[in-house]
Design a protein around this ligand. Structure first.
Ligand code: SAM
Length: 249
């Protein structure tokens, strides 16, 4: 059926792809990818021939220009499968302008859900999973970074951040400054891969564990909500319970 299929792809282990995602990759009229080589490689691993179907590059630098052409193809009845380099499209990855263009044109947008480093990390972090805020990458520039982190300090949810291995030690330092070094944290590295590693503890403990290391690989950092925010949350829930009790006469 025509429309845009947003296909989640593995974040490490090549077999972390759904059967439906493979079906979509095998049958879409047009394939589009942030990195065409990565998608080609993934399809090879799973024995899916590209055949004579077009494989179009759609990344941050050309998405606005490439979208109208793909939207036209879909309006003419074609199905387009889009995969970002890894994980779920649009999660710190391209795909948003294309999806918006489809919605504006009244075309179906369909997800083939699957891996995302954010949820994968949350599930292994040991931190509360009832509420979380995905904040993507913190800005690289010191001032903007400080403002960004200070703005997240009192959020009543587990915080999920992406970070490059080059800046992980700096981020842990900045988090300690903004959040206080007793805040619980988890650093998840190389999830679903051979050297998967999860380091849990206070910001002070995890910073110490990472200090002086030549860190490699891909990283997600999670931070617990503030203790007083948790308390407020309890008060708030109690207040709501009381209010509801009073209402049900
Ligand atoms: N779209 C992807 C998703 O759904 O997770 C994220 C793309 S973003 C450009 C790449 C960042 O995701 C990495 O820098 C890292 O922070 C995180 N990431 C991706 N794969 C990971 C993995 N296997 N282990 C830990 N973090 C990962």
């Amino acid at each position: 059926a025509p429309g845009l299929y947003l296909v989640a792809t593995p974040i490490g282990a090549a077999r972390d792809i759904t059967l439906r995602a493979l079906d979509i990759l095998a049958t879409a009229d047009v394939l589009a990818a942030e990195d065409t080589r990565t998608l080609r490689h993934l399809m090879e691993i799973h024995g899916i021939p590209l055949g004579d179907r077009p494989l179009v590059a759609v990344h941050d630098h050309n998405e606005a220009a490439a979208s109208p052409r793909l939207v036209r193809a879909m309006s003419e009845g074609k199905s387009v499968a889009y995969a970002s380099e890894a994980g779920t499209p649009m999660v710190s990855d391209p795909g948003f302008p294309l999806a918006r263009a489809c919605i504006a044109a009244g075309l179906p947008v369909i997800a083939a859900p699957g891996p995302s480093a954010a949820l994968c990390a949350l599930t292994v972090s040991g931190l509360p999973s009832d509420r979380f805020l995905f904040a993507g990458f913190a800005p690289a520039a010191a001032g903007a970074r400080r403002t960004f982190l200070d703005g997240l300090r009192d959020v009543g949810a587990t915080l999920i951040l992406y970070e490059s291995p080059k800046r992980i030690n700096q981020l842990l330092k900045d988090l300690s400054q903004s959040f206080g070094e007793m805040r619980q944290t988890a650093v998840c590295r190389e999830l679903t891969k051979r050297f998967e590693e999860v380091t849990r503890g206070t910001l002070a403990e995890v910073s110490a564990a990472y200090a002086g290391r030549d860190v490699k690989g891909e990283i997600v950092v999670l931070v617990d909500r503030a203790a007083d925010v948790q308390a407020d949350q309890g008060d708030w829930e109690e207040a709501l319970d009381r209010a509801l009790d009073q209402m049900s006469v």
